[in-house]
Design a protein around this ligand. Sequence first.
Ligand code: GTQ
Ligand code: FE2
Length: 344
Amino acid sequence: MATSTEKRGALAESYYERVREAHLVALWRVPETDAPEPAPAESPHVWRYDELIGLLKEACALDLGGESDRRALNAVNPGRLWGTTQSMVAGYQMVLPGESAPAHRHTPAAIRLMLSGRGYTVVEGEAVFMEPGDLVLTPGWTWHDHRNDGDETMVWLDGLDVPFVRGMNAQFYEDFEGKQLQPKLVPDNASVSRFGSGVVPSDEPAVTRHSPLTKYPYGSTLASLRRLREVKGDPEHGVSIDFVHPLTGGPVLPTMACAMQLLPPGRASQARRHTSSTVFCVTQGEGYTVVNGERMDWKHKDFFVVPSWTWYEHHATGTEDVTLFSMSDRPLLEPFGLYREQVR
Ligand code: GTQ
Ligand code: FE2
């Protein structure tokens, strides 16, 4: 009896050995294939502005960062080896007065959320001026360089879809000829003049995959949120707006959607979870987010991650309205019927 069990065990072991050698795996040994719901590897986490700024200033003092031309610290999710979520990387970038970062382009798309100082990014020949709270797009494969001609240090949040693009083996990168700044080819802020007021020029028929509007200024974002709050009669859970492609109404980038919500002090957003993962950045005020029952405190300019399929709700504390910027990978899920959302 015992011998036959032993014999069967030995045969099974030899069987699995040969299955492995044939570069196969038995479905009945991969429980993940039938996982009933997402179990993301990444964890919720907050990156604090004050702490990271200290580290960026140290990089300036030590003259580090020249290797990459861009002084950015990218957030590594505690549950991952690399990347802030499975699809996105976020982090702060610092450009000192008089500094610039040479022009280059890459297939990963990027957003910048300006946090401190002012200056500009040139995107495909258009100088796009940035002030705190402004959202600026660098769509995939567009030439971009960053310049600080002023006397204040510029700091912004970078958000890129690098983990997704690399995961699909579709990353390409190029330096601009001679690693120079690119020439300005159109008037400054040209895309804002064209598309920035809720109207579109009648003779702009070509619809690009990404929004043709390069900048979404914080002043108009905040004004829209305040108007929306008024028409909704000061709603209990605050208000939220999506940044959209002016010609399609869709997300600003094919791989990343951006939004901004406003929560008055003492108010909280509805608890929700969805299959997209999200990076939030605090553009105003202070508060905390309850993620899977745990409280994460945050204040102005901090950013944090809420992984896929994880319950969360934001609370505004303090005396000022909270505005929370968010970027998510929802556009990567929706076309395939993979986006799901629940509200408690
Ligand atoms: O500023 O162009 O954080 O290309 C990572 C890659 C920023 C940038 C990052 C980039 C940039
Ligand atoms: Fe770049």
